[in-house]
Ligand binder design. Structure first.
Ligand code: FES
Length: 139
């Protein structure tokens, strides 16, 4: 149920034993993610389990049309599997405003794409569908 997540807030759910990050992004966070669609990305794969691996890592390919404010990710660093910071208020969100993995210093942007540090891949987008305007089903 996404209805309690106010703009700028995030919650962590569990799916198949994995943390799922759900962030209701601010307008600024979405604009920043879109502006960097053409940046020199470390990993240019959408890493969206619902799309082919060859699809590019645009913000649109990592969200759902009509619900672009919600970014839904598997919250496991693609380096060695730590859980990145950035979910709680007051957490470091790293140099790109998304998530920061303190284990070895990986910085993810507001689309969950790896931008700096040793992690090789973007945070994975799990398969999910909106079953109503405010509810999703993961898996
Ligand atoms: Fe995240 Fe190494 S596990 S940077």
């Amino acid at each position: 149920d996404l209805s309690p997540i106010k703009e700028g807030q995030a919650i962590t759910a569990m799916w198949r034993g994995k943390p799922i990050f759900i962030r209701n992004r601010t307008k600024e966070e979405i604009e920043r993610a879109i502006a960097d669609n053409n940046a020199a990305l470390v990993d240019n794969s959408a890493r969206n389990m619902a799309l082919p691996e060859s699809d590019p890592a645009t913000d649109a390919n990592r969200t759902k049309a009509g619900h672009e404010n919600f970014l839904i990710l598997i919250g496991i660093c693609t380096h060695l599997g730590c859980i990145p910071k950035g979910q709680a208020i007051g957490d470091s969100k790293g140099d790109f405003g998304g998530w920061f993995c303190p284990c070895h210093g990986s910085h993810y942007d507001t689309a969950g794409r790896i931008r700096k540090g040793p992690a090789p891949r973007n945070l994975e987008v799990p398969p999910y569908t909106f079953v109503s305007d405010t509810k999703i089903k993961i898996g």
